[in-house]
Every structure is written in C-alpha cells, then in structure tokens.
Design a protein around this ligand. Structure first.
Ligand SMILES: Nc1ncnc2c1ncn2[C@@H]1O[C@H](COP(=O)(O)OP(=O)(O)OP(=O)(O)O)[C@@H](O)[C@H]1O
Length: 471
C-alpha cells in the first residue's frame, strides 16, 4: 500500500527554477529549513501587509524532501493563495538567501507529513494500516459544499460516483472556470469513498504532478514503478487536465493509464478548465475517451448560492457574519468562489487585528478596492463589446434594429448577460440596446434561458461568454 509519503512524491517544481535544493549547496549553510524559512518570512514582512503575513504566510511550516523545499499549508485555500500570490516572491527571497536556484513547492499538510528519505528504515518497517492513507483533503466534503443551480448536477454526479466507484460514470469529468468548486467536489468524492470503505485507495494529484512524476520516472528509469503506482489505485483523481495539452509523451502515458483503469473498473475523476473538446493540442483519442463517462459543467454560482457560500464559510470559521455583508459580497463579486473566500479571509483577518466587529461599513471600507475591481469588469459596454467580438459582429449591428437571426440571437444573448451579470433593470438594459422596450429584454432573457436547456451549442457560447466576462 502506498504511504502518504509515497503519494506526495509527485511534486511540481516550476520548470524555470527546478534545480534541486541540494544542488544549490546551501543545506550546509542553513541546516534547518525552518531557520531559512524564518529568515525568508522576516524579509517578506517588509513587503506584504500584516494581514497577508498573518493569514497566509505565517501559518506555513517549512520542510524539505529530496526534490526541494516544501512549505506546508494548513488547508487548500492557503496553499492555492500562496502559490498564486506569493510563490514567486518566496522563490526570489529564498534564492537570494541561498545564493543559488532552489525548488519550492507548497502542499497541504503539516511538517509531520514530511517524508523520510526513500530508504529510511522507519518507513520500510511501517506497520500495515487498515485505513488506506491518502492525500485527499479532508476539509473538502459534500457536507460543506453549498449546492445551487450552477453546481447541482456536478455534486449529484460526484456523489453517485463516490457511492459506486467505477460503476456509475467512468470517467467523471468536471469542467468549468477557475475557483468554482471542481477540486472541492473531487476531494469530496474521495472523502466519501474513503468513509464508505476505509481501505479504498484514492489518489489525488494535479496534472502537473503527473507530468513531473513521469519526467522523473523516465530520467530515473522508474517507469514500471510509475505505472504500477497509478494502476493499482481504486480511484485516480487528476485535477486540471488542460495542463496535458501539447505534452505528447504524458498524454500517451495517461492514455494507457486511463485504459488500464477503465478496464479494471477503477474510478477516474478528472477536472478541466473548459470542455475538453475545446482544449487545443489534446490528442483526439484521449478527448474521445474523456467523453466515455459523464462530463458535467460547473458554472459560476448565482447570487443566492454565492451569498449562501459566504455565510457557510464564515460559519465554518466561527465568524458571525451579518447577512447584509454576505449580500454585499455576493452582489459585487460574481466570478469565482475563491475570490469570495479570499475577501472573507481579508475581512476576518482585519477584524481580528483591529478587534472590530464585521459590519457593513467595515466591509465596504476593507474591501473597497476589491469590490471596485469586480464592479468595473462587468459593465454593459463591456458585455456588448465582448459579445460582438465573440460573434464577429460590428458593435453598431448588435445595437441596431436589424432582425436577422445572426444578429438578433447574439443581441438577445448580450441582453440576457447584462441582466444576469449586472444590477441594471430591464428598462436600463433596453435603453442601452438601442432604446428597446423592457418587454423585449424580458423576452430575450426567457428565450436564452430556455435555449440554454435545449441547445448545446448556445449553452457552450453562453458559458464561454460568462467565463470571459467574469474571470
Ligand atoms: N459550492 C461551494 N460550496 C462551498 N465552497 C465552495 C463552493 N464552490 C467553491 N468553493 C470553494 O472555493 C474554493 C475554490 O474551489 P476549487 O479549488 O474547488 O475550484 P476549482 O474549480 O477547482 O478551481 P481551479 O480550476 O482554479 O482549480 C475552495 O475553497 C472551495 O471550497
């Protein structure tokens, strides 16, 4: 049985900075990683706000394995935020302190996850465990996933799959824009499988980890072990497979892994940032297999779901968030749940620092910049311009009285998007579209809503436009 240390073996080292730590020759200089991290942190304190340090950076624990420096984050949200916002600076400071290139990865866990070196006797003698170890994040469950129209189907499918691994839908592919809960659902399925059957072997990894693991296996002539590791699991969960695009050797290997698992009735769950057929440079035979099971779109949540998510996240943190603050955040931040969560963390951190209560005014003041950025992005002129570009129409035609289908349908789409994504009323939207009556706008919204149910092509256009406008 793979231990968690083995499963964590697949680490993503950013290609441009992938020199192993030992080669940098500074382990001798800084024998303790925590000391190095402490020094790095004290430099970062001068660059980032106290809130950022307190919320994201101070909770990280430093460690290392043979592939480099690891920062252990207490949860997936912190891990992702650190990767996105701070990793470049962390790398730069560590390299400065080390005097050479280093490899750094951020993972969820604590220092106690830290793997021993492969030959460590302690691991070789580890006792047999009845509960299979796993790198599934226990914080992502179906219970704390807020259901709404946008993710209902995804949640139902993931639950089905978890109840009948390898039998319900194989593969299950969840696709959609960033920060909408695909990874959450994937882990939730893994957690449910493990709750139902504690010895089930569920392996989660990001596609970059599959790629880097394979590169390493090829270099070290360890392909047999690599294949075995993936093919002996009961469920393989791979996140963000769009990353496989253009990587032909990886795709070839993944194709064979896929076939072996599929034939063995082992469950495969995948996520992708768009419908896989739209991913360029993904082999056709792989695309076709991805469609063998069930592909479900996860769409941006509607207002009610966003508000419910903020309230649920606040409750999970033990924070008493006034409903009006949740409403403000849900109204103004439409694109993705990760941003909402980030805004909530900012509010909570500042309230803790300053010993203040989170009220509407406090939230408006604290989130002012964030809310302005989100409000700016989705304006009526923006929607009109983006829809016109998307359908290769002239803006003047989109706003004209012309009634040909090739113009009228995009116009209806633009009006429906304006209704969905902005605060404007029907008459205001009508005015902005060449002085149309509000009933025309209402008709457009209804038509598009119905067509999204029945017309696959139109649904895809809609999803792409929502993504373009909200991400
Ligand atoms: N419906 C929901 N209920 C509760 N939390 C949610 C929901 N949707 C998203 N989240 C939270 O939003 C954050 C981002 O979600 P997640 O990482 O699953 O997004 P993703 O779709 O996998 O994005 P990416 O493609 O960028 O990896 C997570 O902390 C997750 O818990």
């Amino acid at each position: 049985m793979d231990s968690i240390a083995t499963l964590l073996d697949f680490r993503f080292c950013p290609a441009h900075r992938s020199v192993p730590l030992r080669d940098a020759g500074f382990l001798e200089l800084y024998p303790r990683m925590s000391e190095l991290w402490r020094r790095c942190l004290s430099r970062l304190e001068a660059e980032f706000s106290a809130e950022d340090i307190h919320t994201y950076l101070a909770p990280l624990q430093a460690g290392e394995d043979e592939s480099g420096f690891i920062l252990w984050a207490p949860n997936a949200y912190t891990m992702e935020t650190v990767r996105e916002r701070f990793l470049d600076r962390i790398l730069a400071v560590l390299e400065h302190l080390a005097g050479g290139a280093v490899a750094v990865d951020v993972q969820v866990g604590t220092r106690s996850n830290l793997r021993a070196t492969p030959k460590a006797p302690a691991r070789a003698k580890a006792p047999e465990r009845t509960v299979a170890e796993s790198n599934i994040d226990p914080n992502y469950t179906f219970e704390n996933f807020v259901e709404g129209k946008s993710n209902q189907l995804g949640k139902a499918a993931a639950t089905q799959v978890a109840m009948n691994p390898g039998r319900a839908y194989n593969p299950l592919l969840l696709y959609g824009g960033t920060g909408l809960g695909k990874t959450h659902l994937m882990h939730a399925a893994g957690n449910l499988m493990r709750a139902n059957k504690p010895d089930v072997k569920v392996l989660y990894l990001r596609s970059e980890q599959f790629v880097s693991g394979m590169v390493r296996a090829l270099q070290q002539k360890g392909m047999d072990e690599f294949k075995r590791r993936f093919r002996t699991v009961d469920a393989l969960l791979i996140d963000d497979i769009q990353f496989f695009a253009g990587k032909n050797t990886t795709q070839e290997e993944f194709f064979h892994t896929f076939n072996a698992l599929f034939e063995g009735k082992q469950q495969i769950i995948l996520t992708c940032d768009r419908y896989p057929k739209e991913v360029d440079n993904l082999e056709p035979r792989l695309k076709s297999r991805l469609g063998w099971g069930l592909s479900v779109a996860i769409e941006p949540p509607d207002f009610e779901t966003r508000a419910a998510i903020v309230l649920a996240k606040a409750q999970a943190k033990g924070v008493d968030l006034p409903e009006e603050v949740a409403v403000l955040m849900a109204k103004r931040m439409r694109s993705n749940v990760r941003d909402l969560e980030g805004a909530l963390n900012t509010l909570v951190a500042r309230a803790n620092f300053e010993g203040r209560r989170i009220g509407l005014e406090f939230a408006q003041e604290t989130l002012r910049d964030l809310l302005t950025v989100h409000a700016q992005a989705i304006t009526m002129p923006n929607i009109q311009r983006i829809v016109a570009d998307y359908f290769q129409l002239r803006l003047a035609d989109l706003l004209s009285k012309k009634r040909s289908r090739s113009i009228a349908r995009p116009r209806q789409m633009a009006m429906a998007l304006a209704k969905e994504l902005t605060e404007h009323s029907l008459p205001e939207i009508g005015d902005a579209f060449g002085g149309r009556d509000h009933t025309t706008v209402l008709h457009a919204c209804r038509t598009i809503r119905d067509l999204r149910e029945t017309d696959g092509k139109l649904r895809q256009d809609w999803e792409k436009l929502v993504r373009t406008l909200t991400e």
